[in-house]
Ligand binder design. Structure first.
Ligand code: ZN
Length: 412
């Protein structure tokens, strides 16, 4: 048993005691729980710190992480350049190398309080299934600290990358959890549509959720997002399909964009914008590409919007820590969320909205009966947590303390 005393649950300003049973579930949450009556109970007094469910990160690329530790090539500034650089890296993947880097990436995310992560793994005729084998090995090695979902991700396209269609089926057979897609990689619009069709049929065959990078471009004529919303409605898959990035919609004219967003709302498609892609989408003319979707409008329309890390130190992105308070803070700036109420919206995007995309069937949050995955955060409320990227002295998974992150700065 673990008893957490004086926790400010979800930063709402009310102190509670939280009792977690030996199976790792919340047993009791109330203003006072007397530890003397509970045999062998570990007690932590968190003295008013926030308690919040652990973060959920639904968009990673662990097969690629840390490949730029020695720096990126100085000429790499556009998304297109980054993709070319990654081709060379992928051709040289080994299972051991991918496994080692993925474990490091998972641990880095967990240390900051994330215990549920969805990672994409490239499936194409350069990486073949080597990246997948490495990431699946990393998933097994870290299963006690992290629930990892693996997306079979055809980064290079399916129909313009010979052999990928077959590899996608093999990836699902090998144990990929989610059918992924990248329709914008196809040469022809008709192939982009067939690409989306194939992903939906893979998901149906293997009974999985869908998570595609959709319209990740600056092309105002990309139309895969609306087609995905249409198929989601047609197949009754509300809540089970996630679109990643979805940047092209920011370039589309307002009346078309509103039509697509209304379809997304009706279809109940989750949207995951990855705010640090600000750095990725390239150096171009003013007004500069921001690489994020229409966060504010989508949120205001009631679409389930979440945000994630995406990449850590790879051919696309020199930075990235895996800390949701880092990419969440970037999100606050990007969406111009500058009030306590809108900071809460961004907080929801890195917690419960992400969880809804991760697993729409699983309960989440600090409530009796739920699994006790929670962080103790040294802040009074969510905007303070973002502002200071606060310490997390206890990261707790299924009732066990698994990590601690302390941010210290001392004036001497
Ligand atoms: Zn991505």
């Amino acid at each position: 048993m673990l008893l957490i005393k004086n926790a400010n649950v979800d930063g709402k300003g009310v102190l509670s005691d939280i009792l977690i049973n030996d199976k790792g579930f919340y047993q009791e949450i109330s203003t006072h729980i007397d530890e003397t009556s509970i045999l062998g109970c570990q007690v932590i007094d968190v003295k008013g710190m926030m308690a919040a469910p652990t973060f959920v990160n639904t968009h990673m690329h662990f097969d690629k992480c840390y490949t730029a530790l020695k720096g990126r090539e100085s000429s790499v500034e556009t998304l297109e350049d980054s993709i070319k650089i990654m081709h060379n890296i992928k051709r040289n993947y080994t299972v051991e190398d991918v496994k080692e880097r993925a474990i490091r990436g998972i641990k880095e995310c967990v240390m900051f309080g994330t215990t549920k992560i969805r990672t994409n793994v490239d499936i194409d005729n350069m990486a073949n299934l080597v990246g997948l084998e490495g990431v699946l090995a990393a998933k097994e090695a870290t299963k006690d600290i992290c629930d990892l979902q693996v997306v079979a991700f055809p980064q290079e396209g399916i129909f313009c990358n010979e052999g990928t269609e077959k590899l996608m089926y093999e990836a699902m057979e090998m144990g990929a959890d989610i059918a992924g897609g990248m329709p914008a990689a196809e040469y022809l619009d008709e192939h982009a549509r067939q690409h989306v069709d194939l992903v939906f049929s893979l998901a149906e065959k293997y009974g999985t959720l869908i998570d595609m990078h959709i319209d990740q471009s600056k092309d105002m004529f990309d139309r895969s997002l609306e087609y995905t919303a249409f198929l989601t409605m047609k197949n009754g898959l509300g809540g089970r399909v996630t679109g990643g990035h979805c940047t092209s919609i920011t370039y589309q004219n307002q009346s078309h964009a509103i039509k697509v967003m209304e379809m997304l709302k009706k279809a109940d498609v989750n949207i995951c914008t990855n705010t640090q892609v600000l750095a990725i989408m390239g150096i171009d003319q003013e007004p500069r590409t921001r690489g994020v979707t229409r966060i504010r409008e989508m949120v205001d329309m009631g679409i389930n919007v979440c945000t994630a890390q995406d990449t850590i130190c790879d051919g696309f992105h020199l930075y990235g820590t895996g800390d949701p308070l880092d990419y969440g803070l970037v999100g606050c700036y990007t969406a111009q969320y500058n009030t306590p109420g809108t900071a809460q919206i961004m907080w929801d995007m890195i917690t419960k909205n992400s969880m809804r995309a991760f697993n729409p069937d699983e309960k989440y949050g600090i409530e009796v009966g739920n699994c006790a995955d929670l962080n103790i955060i040294d802040a009074n409320n969510v905007q303070e947590a973002f502002r200071t990227r606060a310490s997390r002295p206890y990261v707790i998974k299924k009732g066990k303390i698994i990590a601690s992150f302390q941010r210290t700065a001392t004036l001497l």
